[in-house]
Design a binder for this molecule. Structure first.
Ligand SMILES: NC(=O)c1ccc[n+]([C@@H]2O[C@H](COP(=O)([O-])OP(=O)(O)OC[C@H]3O[C@@H](n4cnc5c(N)ncnc54)[C@H](OP(=O)(O)O)[C@@H]3O)[C@@H](O)[C@H]2O)c1
Length: 395
């Protein structure tokens, strides 16, 4: 190495003078091992063009929440390594989330330990956002949520990573209660064992348990508003949606919580619940969504358990397209929609990380704009548009 430094110093001497030698000797190279303290390399005032001392590998960054997390990290001068699978076209838009030279991509496979090791070995923070709402031919819930999470946690610990942030799910349980599936949700069960696996491998990991997350490109609002979930004006819901309570969280608040946890070393080894500020009956939420979109005609909710045609529809969709269910309509999703959000009083939430939670009433009209009747044409500009009544809150 010293020979290389000497040769380079000779080459640069005419431009940089004698100081060039000293500068080169203090440089660290990314190919060196991670023996230095990354936070000692902080530069700048803390914005996008700074370096904040965090080198983060974000698994699952190509998903819905990944975009928000990556953008928040990029804004504060984080260097990011984004492992990906599949087509590189899917990851291109993430390149602009950080400054030039701050966002790196690395192909990987969740079952290939070497590719994971290469992705985490220069990082001091690893975030696991990998998850799947349904099982596929190649990956069962246990492969993704338990074995995959365990690999990521173990390899991160072996590589000397300082912070491991794992995203699980609210209501994760060893024995989830069954509603439409007799054994309950396989997703929630695998998330429970995933948390255990992560803590076995990386006891100082910080775990987030998000409730339903909403925002642009989500799978909450878009699921309920989709033509596939409804039957024209008729919405089948388990027990009419009147037995299920939800506490949805805005995705940007969730991403802000992850960033806040990374910055605060006291969050090591803690479990945070990412929930919204208020609880609502699912029936109230669905009625409100349809009020906001100002759909014409009478909207009718009815108990799905008395409608065999809806069961047949779900069955046929899953038969035709088992690996990528159309509009996310599958029994596992319907099972999760019946589960009431259980919030544990003894666990901290996003508010404990200093996040001011977004009120659904302020955000939903914006999120539902693309579905709102006559939003861009056909309405007289002077005609007052009635503000839809908000949903009733569960106290
Ligand atoms: N969104 C919610 O409302 C919600 C609620 C509770 C919990 N969560 C959990 O929060 C985390 C992030 O959620 P999200 O909404 O961002 O999920 P998402 O949009 O489905 O994204 C999941 C990410 O995981 C990756 N992934 C899935 N299976 C993989 C596999 N076998 N190998 C490698 N990568 C794989 C996906 O990569 P590709 O792009 O290549 O497919 C994608 O980047 C997940 O763990 C999810 O279970 C989300």
């Amino acid at each position: 190495m010293s020979a290389v430094i000497y040769t380079r110093a000779q080459t640069l001497r005419p431009q940089t003078g004698v100081f060039g030698v000293a500068i080169l000797r203090t440089c660290n190279y990314s190919t060196d091992n991670k023996a230095y303290n990354l936070s000692a390399l902080k530069r700048g005032t803390g914005g996008r063009s700074s370096f904040n001392g965090i080198v983060a590998t974000i698994f699952g960054a190509t998903g819905f929440t990944g975009r928000y997390v990556v953008n928040r990290l990029g804004k504060i001068g984080t260097q990011m390594i984004i492992p990906y699978r599949g087509d590189t076209l899917n990851i291109l838009r993430l390149r602009v989330s950080g400054d030039l030279g701050q966002v790196y991509f690395h192909p990987y496979n969740l079952k290939d330990e070497n590719s994971i090791r290469n992705a985490v070995k220069y990082s001091n923070v690893v975030i696991n956002l990998v998850g799947r709402d349904w099982e596929t031919k190649n990956y069962k819930f246990s492969d993704v949520h338990i074995d995959g999470a365990r690999h990521l946690a173990r390899i991160s610990r072996e590589c000397g990573v300082d912070r491991f942030i794992h995203v699980s799910s609210l209501n994760s349980s060893e024995h989830p209660e069954g509603h439409v599936l007799p054994k309950g949700s396989g997703f929630l069960k695998s998330k429970y064992f995933g948390e255990k696996a992560v803590l076995e491998e990386f006891p100082e990991a910080t775990i987030f348990r998000p409730s339903d997350l909403y925002g642009q490109e989500d799978r909450f609002l878009r699921y309920y508003i989709s033509e596939w979930r409804r039957v024209t004006q008729f919405m089948p819901l388990w027990k009419k949606g009147e037995s299920t309570i939800k506490q949805p969280c805005y995705v940007a608040d969730f991403a802000a919580g992850i960033v806040a946890a990374i910055k605060d070393p006291d969050t090591k080894g803690k479990i945070y619940q990412a929930i919204g500020p208020k609880r609502y009956y699912l029936s109230e939420l669905i009625d409100w969504f349809f009020r906001v979109t100002q759909r014409r005609g009478n909207f009718v909710r009815y108990p799905m358990e008395y409608d065999p045609t809806f069961n047949l529809k779900v069955y046929l969709i899953n038969l035709v397209s088992p690996n990528e269910p159309i509009a996310s309509l599958h029994w596992e999703r319907i099972e999760r929609e019946c589960v009431t959000d259980k919030v544990k009083k003894d666990l901290p939430t996003l508010e404990d990380l200093g996040i001011t939670l977004t009120q659904m009433e302020d955000q939903i009209p914006y999120e539902l704009r693309p579905w709102t009747y006559a939003m861009y044409h056909g309405v007289d500009a002077d005609e007052p548009v009635p503000t839809p009544a908000p949903p009733k809150v569960v106290l």
